[in-house]
Each structure stands twice: as C-alpha cells, then as structure tokens.
Design a protein around this ligand. Structure first.
Ligand SMILES: [Zn+2]
Length: 255
C-alpha cells in the first residue's frame, strides 16, 4: 500500500486522529509537526501502561492545542503485580483526559483472560463514574468486550479498528457506540466489511500509529490514508467525509 500521498486533498476541516500511540513514536515532536502539515488538527494520544500514561500526559502538556490525552491499560501490557498501581494512577489522572484508553480484552495474547477481564471491568466502572468515553481494544473478544461495556452502563465507547463479525457490529451500533477505521482498510477484508456496514455517523478515523502497515511504520500524518480508503468504501468525496468524521470525533470526545 501507499502511505506517501500526504496532502492529497485540500480539506475544509482539519482531521482528528482518534487513536495514536504518540508515546511509542520515536520522534513525537516531528510526528505532530508532520500531522499538522497533512491536515490533522488534533489527535487523541492513547496509553498502554503506567509508563506510557505518564509520557502521554507530558506530551499533551507540550502540545496543548493538538494532543488530547487518553490514559488506559492495554490488555497486552497487563501484569498481575502492576495492576493496582496502574489503576490508581489512571483513577487519579483521568480527569485530565478526553477519554479512557486503550483498554479492553485480547484473546490472542498470553495474558490470562481472568486477569484481563478483572482489569477491564474496573476500568469500565471508572469510565462510567468519571463520565469519560472509552476506547476499546476488542481483538478476538468482540462479543465479550461489547457485553462488558453494556453491562457496566458505558454510554460512549469506540470499538477501535473494528474487524469483527457484522452481527456484533449491528449490536454495537444499536447500543449507540462507535467504531473506528485505520489504514488497514487498504487490505483487510474484515475491516472493509465492517466499515462498509457501519453508519456514517458512528465512524471515527485513526492511525493507531506507530503500527506498521505493509512495510512502513505509520505516523499520525497517515490519517489521510484512512480517509482516502474510507471515502472509496463509502463512495463519498474525501472533503465531505472529512467534515462528517471530524464532527463525529468532536461529538464523541466532547471537544
Ligand atoms: Zn492502539
């Protein structure tokens, strides 16, 4: 795939990257600069563990107009001996953030399901209590993450990079939740099918940078790639689509 077509369209509205691991990017300052040049006006920086929660908050302080922080505990990062300290930090700092994330379940990693579910459950309760939207990782755990979000009484959730079954997608949408699209739209049939089916008013766009798509490490400037592929799937011009997904992100994150 081609990730080099930056500034392909002159957008009326700036874009919002709904999910980037800015703390994992080698040169975050440069990445922010490139993104702004490509038409990305804001980005939601998510976190994985205690270390990246701290780094994410520092980056948000450094770029207060552009970087909106989210803190969380990614299922890949969960370690029994670190759960307590991580949850305490998140509880104490969530008020500084636009969302809780990245949190969720991943049934393909070795971290024990019981441990994942216990942490996710506490995090969902925190989101409800602090009235924050939740950014959910649901790989191979689509049904369970959905049930847990509904069970906890979560009102705002985005199932990030959703590539699961379409019947669960229909339930996600019926519950008022969102899904988000990544540059994997270029090649992933499951992700394409989900985005073709999801209603336009429930889609956010993101990069999940620095995830590697094809042979290239991504950065938030590649959000234009997500927009490009989504516009093909939705058969809608990029500038019009940009206006819609940016409004969605503003509504979802309360900007
Ligand atoms: Zn992520």
């Amino acid at each position: 795939m081609n990730l080099n077509n930056l500034n392909r369209v002159n957008l009326q509205t700036g874009l919002i990257d709904g999910h980037v691991h800015l703390s994992e990017i080698e040169h975050p300052e440069k990445a922010v600069e490139n993104a702004v040049r490509a038409g990305v006006k804001q980005m939601v920086a998510v976190a994985m563990n205690l270390d990246s929660c701290r780094k994410t908050l520092v980056l948000a302080d450094r770029f207060p107009d552009t970087v909106l922080p989210a803190i969380g505990y990614h299922p890949w990062s969960i370690k029994a001996e670190e759960v307590e300290d991580t949850l305490i930090f998140i509880t104490q700092n969530i008020h500084r953030c636009v969302a809780l994330g990245e949190v969720g379940l991943d049934y393909k990693v070795k971290v024990k399901k019981k441990l994942q579910k216990a942490a996710f459950s506490k995090l969902l309760n925190l989101a409800v209590k602090s009235n924050k939207p939740v950014i959910i990782h649901s790989r191979f755990s689509y049904q369970r993450t959905y049930e847990m979000a509904v069970g906890a009484g979560v009102e705002k959730a985005v199932f990030h990079w959703y590539s699961g079954p379409v019947d669960i997608l229909d339930n996600i949408v019926a519950s008022g939740f969102f899904v988000s699209a990544t540059p994997a739209l270029a090649y992933s049939p499951h992700h394409q099918a989900a985005m073709a089916r999801a209603p336009l008013d429930r889609i956010l766009i993101e990069t999940d940078a620095p995830v590697q798509y094809g042979d290239r490490v991504s950065e938030p400037a590649d959000l234009t790639e997500t927009l490009f592929h989504l516009s093909r799937i939705k058969k809608m011009p990029e500038d019009k689509l940009a206006g819609i997904v940016t409004k969605n992100a503003e509504r979802f994150f309360g900007l």
